[in-house]
Design a protein around this ligand. Structure first.
Ligand code: BGC
Length: 933
């Protein structure tokens, strides 16, 4: 009894490095661990941390505590460069576990004064439009090397080599932050790359986000027009010396073979050996070193390579390569036996149109890489100072392209995968896979809207709706903590939040509901998913400032009305060139967000221990809710403007005062979904909430019909069209295979994939019930048409899983709870929930999902819509007889008749303006036997 396994996965802050955590940006990193197994009933009562600093004596600190996630650093703070070797053991009921494996953490350069290096820039070379510069230093080391670290960052992108070997495995370093306020530096262990005697450090600089093109207005050089490098090499030699070499004017500059590089436009590279290269001097550029920050999350890396699935000729004779997956990165190509100076050109696109690359959605981004070959028997062609969003590539200039000579290199922030979902429906699983790929392609140091066109910006609203899904699928805490620090840095003194973070667009719009609310809702989601109180407390002033600002805009009536809003962006009924013209009233959307954000600030203040502030914002939220109900809701429960999104908001965020109103609003929402033929009719705002609103108001079956719909528009429609990522528009590709004519037509936008969070929490049934998943709420929602679903998540406490399976009238449920957590489990069909501790639990019950029942005799038109089998026959008959064009039209015609007896269905269907539709008689003949008389 009382056995507990040794802790594993010792982590520092939110870093997920394999191996030593170098260059951490705090002197007191918080610790977390997982307890992989323990006897039932084990409860951690104490832990011990053993720390050994810099190879010296160790100390053991004992703490009486049940915490295992983000516990405080238990010893004296680290100093810059100091490392500690740490291990942990835990105790419950007087029994200690074995020690965990040790983990190493090393502080970065914590004080500005630790930098002796200065930013240097080539004096003549490397101007905008000139070849990418290489900065070079040669140096001697007087003795053998014991340890060596390189600290580096740049204005622009940098790629370092030491004695010809690439330093680190990051790409697109230093990544993108709000450079004017925060610039990340990286720490590399280069012990194996330097040596006694002569050494060469060379660093290639690219334009990247700093000086390349950003935004759709063609502007370059948002942050400055000079590339610059800051690098500091620190070597400890065997004779005990510490040698520090920093960028200074002794460095030289040269020109690389990279003739042009831009994130949007691509890279042009001359691979011929360089003779008589131009060299030049460098000079120190003044730059504020107080902006330097250490990374909170993982760097951008190559995370995978994908082979070509097909190479073929287009109708115009171009050579096209299909990688079978819409992805983000670049193409790696092998060329053989070409003449020196021969040109190869690679263009990219996400889709084909009329058999050719569909490049119109890229707008002005050229997304073209080109090479002037060296003329070697075998050359590997690959850029590194750009990235593209693509599934297809067109290769020009090679007489033959063999599939084995070309591959796609996937790049992105190297986030640790933490969440999985699967079901018995392959289309649903493909949709989920598309959500995962959408995140992989758009979490490139900054959470972006899209990765392919002349945009790729950190749109706040997109992330706001996607954050819960992101937090489940990948360990996003460090990544988003950094992005939120940028949001704070760019928030204006009046509290307004830019539309994009980092902010590179000049928008007259000072406050957009759902976009600016990223300031409040993203920290709250992160707190829910990670339990990080410190992060929440850090964000609280920013959260308050945003709410104060929008409360000011709302004024005394507490209604946030008037002014331009992005609103329920990309509602499928909005004209393709006016994505903000949604069915949902923008004032209703804005006021709902004000209520939600005020409420969240109140909750966050309570967590941070500030009762007065908590009270103040809770009161504000209450006032806004009252105003919302007074102004926008009828006593009966209709919500202005009677669109699914306004009901989704009102129900999901408890904006309706009475049970009656809630009840009616839920019914109304379900009827609107029925009347749309179970097709989606929400945009960015309603889409993440509609499933919760339907489920929470007792319309689970309607929710399932909406989720599993494959007609256009719907989540699965894109899957039926061969999508491998989530699209920006419900109909980015139209049913006839042509590309939506809208200006904004990305095939890789994560926002509408936000419903995956519902799949995890509700459909599979794995939800957090206390911060960090310390308590789980397991409440699966099985459906008739599927026989199984499961979700798996690596929580801060360890692995958890919920899996349900239906067969032969039985339902089996399996729940895995990690040590340190508890779960409340609602076994489907059982009246009372059960509470269980850690371990694996299974239940078997009678399958509560009703078998297909016959339509009852007194069925209404609504009942017919709800009866999937009958409804399908009705739609088939109505379309085949020419009474309606499709399911959506049939459902829309029936909307006014939902309460009518089903005997009136045919006449209702045939009652088309103007007058009577043709085919009524034929439809009667087809349906009379089917519907109750
Ligand atoms: C982006 C969206 C974004 C929107 C807001 C678009 O161009 O791609 O995802 O949220 O603009 O205006």
């Amino acid at each position: 009894m009382g056995h507990v396994a040794a802790p594993t996965d010792l982590r520092f802050e939110h870093r997920t490095d394999d191996g030593p955590v170098l260059g951490i940006g705090t002197a007191t990193p918080r610790l977390s661990w997982i307890i992989p197994a323990a006897d039932p009933g084990f409860i951690q009562e104490a832990y011990e941390v053993e720390l050994t600093r810099g190879g010296g004596a160790s100390e053991v600190v004992r703490v009486a505590s049940g915490e295992q996630v983000l516990v405080p650093w238990p010893a004296a703070p680290l100093t810059s460069r100091e490392s500690a070797w740490v291990r942990v053991r835990v105790c419950g009921a007087g029994r200690w576990s074995a020690w965990s494996d040790p983990a190493t953490v090393e502080a970065g350069l914590l004080r500005t004064g630790d930098w002796t290096a200065r930013f240097i820039s080539p004096r003549e070379l490397g101007k905008l439009g000139a070849p990418a510069p290489v900065l070079r230093s040669t140096f001697d080391l007087p003795a053998a090397v014991v340890t060596a670290r390189l600290y580096a960052t740049a204005h622009g992108l940098y790629e370092a080599t030491l004695n010809g070997c690439r330093v680190g495995d990051q790409v697109l370093a230093p990544g993108w932050t709000s450079y004017a306020h925060r610039l990340r530096y990286q720490t590399y262990d280069v012990t194996a790359l330097v040596r006694e005697g002569g050494n060469v450090l060379e660093v290639l600089l690219g334009n990247g986000w700093y000086r390349g093109r950003l935004g759709w207005d063609g502007r370059h050089a948002h942050y400055g027009d000079r590339l610059a490098l800051l690098a500091q090499l620190e070597v400890t030699t065997s004779d005990g010396r510490v040698i520090r070499l920093g960028t200074d004017t002794a460095w030289t500059a040269g020109e690389s073979g990279v003739l042009a590089d831009d994130l949007y436009d691509g890279q042009r590279t001359d691979l011929r050996p360089r003779s008589g290269d131009r060299t030049g001097a460098v000079e120190v550029v003044e730059a504020d070193l107080a902006r330097l920050v250490a990374p909170d999350g993982p760097p951008v890396r190559v995370t995978q390579t994908l082979p070509a699935t097909a190479v073929f000729s287009s109708p115009s004779g171009a050579t096209l390569v299909d990688f079978g997956q819409n992805l983000v990165g670049w193409v790696r190509l092998r060329a053989r036996d070409q003449a020196p100076g021969h040109e190869v050109v690679v263009r990219h696109a996400e889709v084909l149109e009329h058999g050719e690359l569909g490049v119109r959605p890229l707008r002005t981004a050229k997304a073209t890489d080109s090479y002037l070959l060296a003329g070697a028997p075998l050359e590997v062609l690959e850029p590194s100072l750009t990235f593209h969003g693509f599934r297809y590539a067109e290769v020009g200039g090679l007489p033959e392209v063999r599939a084995e000579d070309v591959e796609a290199v996937v790049v992105g922030s190297d986030l640790r995968r933490t969440g999985w979902f699967s079901s018995s429906d392959p289309q649903l699983d493909r949709f989920h896979e598309n959500v995962v790929w959408g995140m992989r392609g758009n979490f490139i140091d900054v959470p972006t809207d899209c990765p392919q066109r002349d945009e790729r910006l950190g749109w706040t609203g997109d992330l706001q709706v996607f954050a819960p899904t992101a937090g489940f699928l990948f360990d996003s805490a460090g990544f988003l903590s950094s992005w939120l620090a940028d949001l704070v840095a760019e928030q204006r003194p009046n509290g307004s939040v830019p539309l994009v973070v980092p902010n590179v667009i000049d928008s007259p719009l000072s406050a957009a509901a759902a976009w600016g609310d990223a300031a409040t809702l993203v920290p709250w989601v992160l707190y829910q998913r990670t339990g990080d109180v410190g992060l929440l407390a850090r964000q609280l002033p920013s959260m308050r400032a945003w709410v104060d600002y929008i409360a000011g805009l709302a004024g005394v009536d507490r209604l946030w009305t008037g002014g331009f809003q992005l609103g329920d962006w990309l509602d499928p009924t909005a004209p393709h060139d006016a994505p903000f013209e949604a069915q949902a009233d923008p004032d209703v959307v804005a006021t709902a967000y004000l209520a939600r954000s005020a409420e969240v600030v109140g909750l966050a203040a309570a967590v941070a221990g500030d009762a007065d502030v908590a009270e103040k914002y809770a009161r504000l939220a209450g006032e806004v809710r009252d105003a919302f109900a007074r102004e926008f809701v009828t006593p009966g429960g209709r919500v202005l403007s009677d669109a699914p999104t306004v009901y989704a908001l009102a129900l999901a965020w408890a904006l309706l005062p009475t049970d009656d109103q809630r009840h009616h609003a839920g019914d109304r929402l379900a009827d609107l979904v029925r009347a749309s033929g179970f097709r989606i009719s929400t945009g960015f705002v309603g889409t993440p909430l509609i499933m919760d609103a339907l489920t929470g108001s007792g319309h689970l079956e309607v929710a399932h019909r909406l989720m599993l719909q494959t007609g256009c528009p719907s989540w699965l429609y894109a899957v039926t069209m061969g999508a491998t990522t989530v699209w920006e528009r419900w109909d980015a590709m139209l049913p006839d295979g042509s590309i939506n004519p809208g200006q904004m037509t990305s095939f890789n936008h994560y926002a509408l994939g936000a419903v995956a969070d519902w799949l995890h929490r509700t459909f599979a049934g794995l939800a957090p019930a206390a911060p960090g998943y310390r308590e789980l709420l397991v409440r699966p929602a099985p459906v008739r048409s599927l026989t199984s679903a499961s979700a798996r998540h690596r929580t801060p406490y360890g692995d958890t899983e919920v899996a349900w399976q239906r067969s032969e009238g039985r339902l089996r449920l399996r729940v895995v709870v990690p040590v340190g957590a508890v779960a409340t489990v609602h076994v489907p069909g059982r009246p009372e929930p059960v509470r269980v501790g850690h371990g694996s639990h299974t239940w078997q019950t009678v399958d509560p999902v009703e078998a297909d029942r016959p339509l009852r005799a007194e069925a209404t038109v609504r009942d017919v819509l709800d009866h999937e089998v009958t409804w399908r026959q009705v739609v088939a008959a109505a379309t085949e007889t020419g009474v309606v064009g499709d399911e959506a039209e049939a459902a829309a015609r029936l909307q006014p008749f939902l309460d009518a007896p089903s005997s009136r269905l045919v006449d209702a269907l045939a009652l088309a303006p103007p007058g009577f539709a043709k085919g009524r008689r034929a439809l009667h003949a087809r349906l009379d036997h089917l519907l109750p008389p």
